[in-house]
Each structure stands twice: as C-alpha cells, then as structure tokens.
Design a protein around this ligand. Structure first.
Ligand code: GLV
Ligand code: MN
Ligand code: MN
Length: 418
C-alpha cells in the first residue's frame, strides 16, 4: 500500500458528500435505536444469540443488501458484508460490534458498524471502484455481556480462545454458548480459528465513540490499548439465619467481598491503574439471611503490564486473607485477558497524513481491533464523546462529530484501498 501523502478530499469543507453522510448515519442509527432499548432508562440490552441479536443481524443483512453488498455470518457468529470478492485478497475491513453491555449506550459499537456502511456508500458515490475488496464487519459478543469473555468473536477467529472452552461458557442463567447458539439456529460446531478469512484481509480499521474525556476535537486516531482483564472471584460461605446466628459463628462471604471492593480502589489508585467491581451475584440474596455464596467480577486495567499485575496481585492477596479470616472459601480465576496493544504504526502514520493533524488517543477501553492486532495490521478512529460517559445511557456523540468521523473513515479507506 502506498499513498496517503495529502489530506483526503473527503475532509476539505464543504465536502459535497457530507450531507449524504449525515443522512446515512441518521438512518442507520435510527433504525437500530429501538432494538433492545429499555424505555424506562434508555439503556441498551443487546446480548448475543437472543431475539434482540436476531433483530440486529436482520438489520445488518438488510443494510448490506440496500448497498448491494453480499453478506454472510461466519462460523463464529461474526457478520460480514462485502464490496468485491474476498478471495481476491488484500481486503480492507472496517466495522465494530452491535452487542452492548447491560444498560449500555447507543454508540458503543453500532457507531462503527453504521459508519462503515455509510463510508463505503460515499466511496461508491464517488464512482471509483476500489482496487481492493472492502468489507464491513460486526464482531460477535464484543462486550462479553452474556458469556463473560470480551471480544469473543474476534478471539475465536484469531485462535485466542479454544473453541471447546468457548462452547462451554455459560450465561448468567447457566445456559452454555453451544446451547444458546443452537437455539438461535447457529451451529456451535463451526466455532474456531478462521485463518482463511483473516488471511483475506490486509487491514482492519475500527471507528468507535471515545469512551472517556481523552479527545478535545471531533476525531482522533487510536495509538494504543491498555492491557486489561477480567477475574471472577467466588466466595463460598455458609447461608444461615440473620436473627439467630451469633457473629463469631458466621462464615459470611459478604465481608471479604467488602474488603476486596475497597482494596480494588486503593490498589488501583496506588498503581495508577483502574480497578472495578461492577458485578456481584449474591446467593440466596435474602434480607434476613447470611449470604451463602458471592460471585464478584474484577475488571482491571493499567497503562502497562507491570502496573496491572501489581494491582491484581494486591487484590488477590487481600481476597485470600479476608476469606481466610472469615472462614470463607475463595476461587480467583482469570476469565479473559488482552495484553497492551500498540495499534499498527504504519496505519497510524497513514491515518495522520490522510486526516491531517488529528491527535492520537491511548485508551483503557477494550476493542476487537486489539485482539485482531495479533493477526493483521489494525487501526482505530475515535469520535469525540461530549459527556465522556460510556457503558451507560448517558454516552453521547454529536451528529457533526459523527459526520466528521464518517468522512475521516471514508478518506482513510479510500487511501488504503488504492
Ligand atoms: C469494552 O468496551 C471494554 O472496554 O470492556
Ligand atoms: Mn464497550
Ligand atoms: Mn465497543
């Protein structure tokens, strides 16, 4: 790939295609808006292999057809729409994910998929057929919102998770991924590494809403993704009567949990890391009963592996001491992990040339682009988030910024597809 010596003409105002970009974005985001939305909170509940997921998949298929693109679902549940023949090789893919965290915002994921379709429409409107195949992809279960492992579709495709392990993952109701897929009409026997498909790609570019307050202008280029992971902590105590069990006789798993939550905050603060306990399941969850069992999930991230390891180690030690002190059993196991990823230096340079003077942003949020970086060059574009809030209905992106994002994506794809 060569070129990228000048700022893309998509970015010279007034771009005659800006209005088409605005209309395309509006139509895509409006079509997705009702799917999985809680009318009370405005939060999204979009989990893989559910009826909401089927509606998202149907939208993807219809959107691809509206642009005259061939589309398919791969063995890992990822969705692909093609302009050109993938077998020609050297393809450039763009996209993101359509699933959400519990109670998520409207842009995390869908903005990248909708922007991908709109950007390709803008290239078509230019009437210049690309010299390489172009694809829009929606990765399956990026948030790990149902089966616990983030970026499951891209991890399976790259071989970063064993397909037997994936098939056995369970959702909060105890249903395995294998069973959920079968019930949704997909074949879990097809899960697994997909080197042939990934081998058709020369690069993957993911556009995403910025998820913090790290971007002071409409569009930025991703530089690196922090190492991050998830750990499940199981505290096994003894369920008992709240009115008759003497305090010294209790084996109450809520007590080590409380110590771990506080230790997470202080360990993260002292290592310039981030640590969160945002999900807890208490059994049997009775007001007048000492809890019998608590499962809690630790999410930890840091700019580098050393700080991340040190943070998690402190939390692990506190959990182990506190569990022993209260006569409570403990398991502490890693559910998923992504090392620090520097996004591809060549693509970043190219993006800065094509987009002209945009800032670089390092992020603590996880993305499929980080997982795929083990298999091919990947890049990210971020669109400013005026609230700085994400994984919440308060997540936001201004329409003008989203238009700037699509034009930037179209400019970069045009350059890369020469
Ligand atoms: C995904 O958005 C994550 O950072 O967990
Ligand atoms: Mn997310
Ligand atoms: Mn995301």
């Amino acid at each position: 790939m060569t070129g990228g010596q000048r700022v893309s003409s998509f970015l010279h105002p007034p771009c005659p295609l800006a209005e088409a970009a605005r209309q395309g974005l509006r139509a895509g985001l409006e079509a997705l808006a009702p799917i999985g939305r809680d009318p009370g909170t405005g939060g999204y509940w979009r989990f893989s292999w559910t009826p909401e997921d089927q509606r998202l998949r149907a939208w993807f298929a219809a959107r691809a057809e509206a642009s005259g693109m061939a589309h398919e679902q791969d063995g890992n549940g990822n969705l692909w729409a093609w302009w050109g023949d993938p077998a020609a090789g050297g393809a450039i893919a763009t996209g993101s994910h359509l699933d959400s965290v519990p109670g998520g915002g409207p842009y995390d994921g869908p903005l990248g998929v909708v922007s991908g379709f709109v950007a390709l429409d803008l290239l078509r409107a230019r009437g210049v057929p690309p010299a390489r195949p172009l694809a829009v992809v929606a990765w399956c279960e990026e948030e790990g919102g149902r089966f616990g492992v983030a970026c499951l579709g891209s991890r399976l495709a790259t071989g970063a998770i064993d397909p037997d392990q994936a098939r056995a993952l369970t959702d909060p109701g105890g249903l395995t991924l294998a069973r959920a897929m079968r019930e949704a009409g997909a074949d879990p026997g097809r899960l697994g590494p997909d080197p042939e498909r990934l081998g058709h790609l020369a690069a993957f570019v993911e556009l995403h809403v910025e998820q913090g307050r790290g971007l002071g202008q409409a569009v930025g280029v991703g530089s690196a993704i922090w190492p991050h992971g998830r750990w499940r902590m199981g505290f096994q105590g003894t369920a008992d009567h709240a009115g008759t069990t003497r305090l010294p006789d209790r084996h109450d798993p809520m007590l080590p949990l409380a110590q771990v939550v506080l230790a997470t905050r202080s360990a993260a603060a002292s290592h310039q890391a981030l640590g969160t306990v945002g999900r807890v399941v208490v059994e049997p969850n009775a007001t007048n009963g000492v809890a019998g069992k608590v499962s809690a999930w630790l999410d930890a991230r840091a700019p580098d592996q050393g700080r991340l390891n040190a943070t998690v180690e402190v939390i692990r030690q506190v959990a182990s001491r506190a569990a022993a002190e209260h006569g409570v059993g403990l398991d502490f196991e890693q559910e998923s992990f992504t090392p620090r990823v520097e996004l591809d230096a060549g693509l970043r340079r190219r993006a800065r040339q094509v987009l002209g003077g945009v800032p670089e942003v390092e992020t603590g949020a996880g993305h499929d682009a980080a997982v795929l970086a083990s298999a091919l060059p990947t890049a990210m574009l971020f669109v400013r988030n005026p609230t700085g809030v994400s994984h919440s209905p308060a997540e936001a992106a201004g329409e003008d910024d989203c238009v700037a994002g699509v034009l930037a994506l179209a400019g970069l794809l045009e350059d890369l597809s020469r």
